[in-house]
Design a binder for this molecule. Structure first.
Ligand code: ZN
Ligand code: ZN
Ligand code: ZN
Length: 375
């Protein structure tokens, strides 16, 4: 992630986000939050330093105090340009000074703090040394829902990212598959995502034939053949918000079994989507999709969770998985992506991003979920 997010958010939006984060931290029994460069910092302040470095940049949110961004002096001018900068104060430090002492002075010496998952270990270790009486917890563990519920402006950006990914699929389904390497089709997908406005491509999975049976396969040198099922799963960030969609296509006419498995996954995806409504636990989405596949006898071949949250990153809480009791709330966005993986043969995955509405769910992907035949 580079540059300052071009999102249409104002200093007041960021002020409200930081206030809510500080309040939720206090409610969770924390003395505050320590936010390193990365998705949490972007969401809270609009500030995305060009690179996280060994120089400490840290947003300190503590209940009852104004937000403070500890920042290296040479990066302070960039930080001051962030859309959220008017909602916080900058505390800069110059090379040769101890930035951990600067941060420690802002913190309750005996407090417990939530710290960004992606904070560097060297920064946390130095903070522990500066404040030996404080303790620390992973931010996504203590506040997993911090970024989960999107407001109207965020939902518009999510929908636009989804529409861009859909346009990429509409183009890729018209290119020749047979005789080309997975890497070539993957490169086409990445180009299309960028052409339709993505600034960052996170993944372009092209898993053909037996490779499709491995959900972790990305792209390889395999030459796609007539008769292959091909799992396509691609996404990234457009204007700071994520896309992630999967479609499984077939090169030429499918066999009866291939069609049947594809229909099954499509039904499972539909069942997962139909289960979406406010108040329902995340695990119910997984159960609804999984039941369809299990009832058809393919349960052992659906080997991953049904979905994951998405927002300023392409994978984040909440997770649609057995045991996740978090209730759905309008504005949450996540994937519904069941699959069936037949070892050594082929795989099928169908994925849409869905948002929770007052009355149910709304898809953010609209390309056909019927089996598409490609050349
Ligand atoms: Zn086939
Ligand atoms: Zn995906
Ligand atoms: Zn996904």
């Amino acid at each position: 992630m580079t540059g300052t997010a071009p999102a249409p958010f104002t200093a007041d939006d960021y002020r409200a986000r930081m206030a809510r984060a500080a309040r939720e931290a206090a409610e969770a029994g924390l003395a505050g939050l320590l936010v390193a460069p990365g998705p949490d910092l972007v969401w809270l302040t609009g500030y995305a330093p060009t690179a996280a470095t060994e120089r400490l940049t840290l947003l300190v949110l503590a209940a009852g105090r104004d937000p403070v961004l500890v920042v290296p002096t040479l990066e302070a001018p960039d930080a001051a340009k962030a859309a959220g900068a008017p909602a916080l104060s900058l505390r800069d430090w110059t090379d040769g000074k101890d930035p951990y002492a600067v941060a420690a002075a802002l913190l309750d010496a005996g407090g417990r703090f939530g710290i960004s998952d992606n904070a560097w270990a060297m920064h946390l270790l130095s903070l522990q040394k500066a404040l030996p009486g404080a303790s620390y917890a992973s931010l996504t563990q203590v506040l997993p829902m911090l970024r989960a519920v999107k407001d109207a402006a965020e939902l518009e950006l999510m929908a636009a990212a989804g529409a861009a990914a859909d346009r990429a699929f509409e183009e890729i389904r018209r290119v020749p598959f047979a005789g080309r390497r997975e890497t070539e089709v993957g490169a086409d997908l990445a180009d299309l995502l960028r052409r339709f406005g993505h600034s960052q491509v996170d993944f372009t999975i092209v898993a053909s034939g037996p490779n499709g049976a491995n959900p972790h396969h990305e792209v390889g040198d395999r030459v796609i053949e007539h008769g292959d099922m091909v799992v396509l799963d691609f996404g990234g960030l457009k204007d700071g918000y994520g896309s992630d969609t999967s479609r499984t296509v077939h090169v030429g006419e499918p066999t009866e079994e291939e069609r049947r498995v594809h229909d099954l996954v499509r039904e499972a995806q539909e069942a997962g989507f139909r289960a979406v409504r406010p108040g329902v636990a995340c695990q119910e989405i997984d159960r609804a999709a999984r039941a369809v596949i299990a009832d058809a006898g393919y349960g052992p071949y659906f080997i991953h969770r049904t979905g994951h949250g998405i927002g300023v990153t392409t994978h984040e809480p909440p997770y649609m998985i057995e045991g996740e009791e978090q209730p759905l709330v309008p504005g949450m966005c996540f994937s519904v992506e069941p699959g069936v993986y037949l070892p050594g043969r082929f795989g099928v995955r169908i994925e849409d991003i869905v948002t929770v509405t007052e009355g149910g769910g709304r898809r953010l992907n609209y390309t056909t979920r019927e089996l598409v035949i490609v050349d």
